[in-house]
Design a protein around this ligand. Sequence first.
Ligand SMILES: Cc1ncc(COP(=O)(O)O)c(C=O)c1O
Length: 437
Amino acid sequence: MPDHSRSRRLYSDACEVIPGGVNTSLRRVSPQLVFTRAQGAIITDADSNDYIDYHAAFGPILLGHSYEPVNRRVAEAMQTLDPLGVGTTELEIRLARKICQHVPSAEEVLFCNSGSEATYQAIRLARAVTGRMKIIKFQGCYHGWHDSVAMNVISAPEKLGQIDPLSKGSLPEVLCQTIVCSFNDLEEVERAITENRGEIAAIILEPIPHNIGCVLPKPGFLDGLREIAHLNSILLIFDEVITGFRHNLGGYQKICGVTPDLTTLGKAMANGFPIAALCGKRELMDRFNTHPKGDVFFAGTFNGSPIGCAAALATIEALENLGVHEHIFRLGEKMRQGLKDIANRLKIPATVAGFGSIFLTYFMEGPIRSYRDLLRNDQELFVNYRRKLIEHGIFQLPLNLKRNHISFSHTDEHIERTLQASEEVLETLAGRSTVGA
Ligand SMILES: Cc1ncc(COP(=O)(O)O)c(C=O)c1O
């Protein structure tokens, strides 16, 4: 059992001045660790315990922690520029060009600082353009902290089928403008549109709902949404805050061949530096009042900051030149295959899920088509398994339905160590041994 005594002392200091000791609710987990270093694939806690990190800050860490070429470019930018609050920098122009070059739906781009800001602006724009107020989101998808979308992610069974806000204090008048549908259920979406004819501004979704692990879209689902949205003059918004850059330079839309009207990007875009983006068709984006004729308010003191832009440019160039996706997809496949073999050997009911660099093990039999299916997941085993892995130096966030991320800094050896630890932990938790079998 690793020593966590210094972490515990520091965490109790944190609790004196920070509510609950953390700055995002999901950072409060057991054991409560304080981290002092992050390098490559390894994070180190205050008691000098090292962990192979798959949490990756919920996804931004795509190249590896403190990735030197990105940090260097940020340092260089800082030598010459900081936020000016007026005009444009060459960094912003170059970055916007790169995104338009790679992301199929991007004709123009605006930068902000978080995924929540990007989805907020996308929805506001959709409402302005269509003159309609309602939106459709999907159970299990997360799009940030604002009232229109902060609902129905990991809902208790009794909350399914109703609005399940993530927060007290959300405006009921805003909550009731959102209709929640089941992922992979086109008929339900069509029904919602018929029942609210002429009232729906946008359909927003994660093309792969990674906020409940990894539920893949059924063949035809994304194309179907595209068609339905088009037929009903509804804007289709792909929230690619997780899938963007991680799965492909052009986002998942490049892989699935479905082009949304608007796309939100964030997280892995700058390997951990704060920047996010909203992009889409020119005729839509020009409605923002950054354009002289625009009437949709868009502002932010730190938007397009040199630090974020320099980090994003360096990250994108690494993705263009270093074979990052080949590496992380290969390791992802190796991890998923290894985990499947372990579950089979131990005869544990499990579904190993993932895409590219993302993997996780649901403790249930498939098929998994939507959040409702995941209610069968053995939550206790899922959380215990990940908590036990921490004792073996493997960090996967010990909360229900959380995904894991492989970065360019992970190696075959990290995957092999993780598989070995996974087998040991699962053997213990399943209360059986395969030794000699
Ligand atoms: C798909 C998706 N969209 C939007 C957000 C919100 O991003 P941020 O936390 O940067 O505001 C998240 C965050 O986890 C996300 O996963």
